[in-house]
Design a protein around this ligand. Structure first.
Ligand SMILES: Cc1cc2nc3c(=O)[nH]c(=O)nc-3n(C[C@H](O)[C@H](O)[C@H](O)COP(=O)(O)OP(=O)(O)OC[C@H]3O[C@@H](n4cnc5c(N)ncnc54)[C@H](O)[C@@H]3O)c2cc1C
Length: 221
């Protein structure tokens, strides 16, 4: 499967780098991490150092400079070789939390978050699902109400991957009326007063960080 015509030399080199990295830095430890229900935060920095976080992010922030779905697929395939799904789930939450920042964030927000995320110093999560349901995003209940230059966020999110450790949570909130058109994304830093979180136990993916998040008059600039 790795010699299909879609693969360029860059793809093959990337695959080999990630394969070696996973074999050395993940596979020997995954049982221990699953039992501990977490993996070391230092794994993010090691992962950033081999360029695993940069696909689809601007070069000025330390990214690859272009999007490549084949590279992302190779990344997912090779991380899966460690044989513990929770590692890839949490480690790669940056790839769901940070693309909205890359695509819609102001230059200031991108400059604040993306370099640290790409180096593995910062962790991003994406918070869409709520205790009332995850499929029906158009009817989500968490609100963000404008107050001067800030937004005041109230509500709750659940099943959030990297929820306990994330430094920035890209959060779906209602800023407008009912339905999908009233939903926006807001980036909530942690810690922020009024933002608390609790870990969730799971049947699988034990070492993946999964949490419920609570926003109680949480003021976000
Ligand atoms: C380990 C784990 C990690 C996760 N990480 C994240 C994360 O990082 N960020 C995040 O935002 N969410 C995350 N989720 C949540 C996930 O996205 C939701 O579980 C998913 O969106 C479904 O939502 P729900 O569980 O509330 O189910 P519900 O929306 O309540 O749906 C329940 C069932 O009803 C079905 N259903 C719903 N609506 C309809 C319909 N209209 N017609 C027919 N069938 C329907 C669904 O298919 C499902 O089988 C995670 C979940 C898990 C288990």
């Amino acid at each position: 499967m790795t010699d299909l015509p879609i693969y360029t030399e860059e793809h093959t080199m990337f695959r080999m780098i990630i394969r070696e990295f996973v074999a050395a830095e993940m596979t020997p430890y995954v049982n221990e991490w699953d039992e501990a229900e977490e993996f070391p935060r230092g794994l993010y920095r090691k992962t950033g150092a081999v360029g695993m976080f940069g696909i689809g992010f601007d070069a000025e922030y330390g990214g690859l400079g272009h999007h490549d779905a084949v590279l992302l697929t190779i990344l997912a395939e090779e991380v899966a070789r460690c044989a513990a799904g929770g590692v890839g789930a949490s480690l790669l939450s940056n790839y769901i939390g940070a693309p909205p920042i890359q695509n819609g964030g102001t230059d200031d927000v991108k400059g604040e978050i993306l370099p640290g995320m790409l180096s593995g110093d910062l962790i991003c999560a994406l918070a869409i699902t709520e205790p009332s349901g995850g499929s029906d995003v158009a009817n989500l209940r968490t609100t963000a109400v404008r107050d001067g230059d800030d937004y005041i966020v109230n509500g709750s999110k659940t099943f959030i991957t990297s929820g306990m450790r994330a430094d920035y949570v890209t959060t779906a909130v209602r800023t407008g009326g009912p339905g999908a058109s009233g939903v926006s994304l807001i980036v909530i830093p942690a810690p922020t007063p009024g933002f608390t979180r609790t870990p969730l136990k799971k049947m699988g993916w034990w070492c993946s960080d999964t949490a419920t998040l609570y926003f109680d008059d949480c003021r976000v600039p």
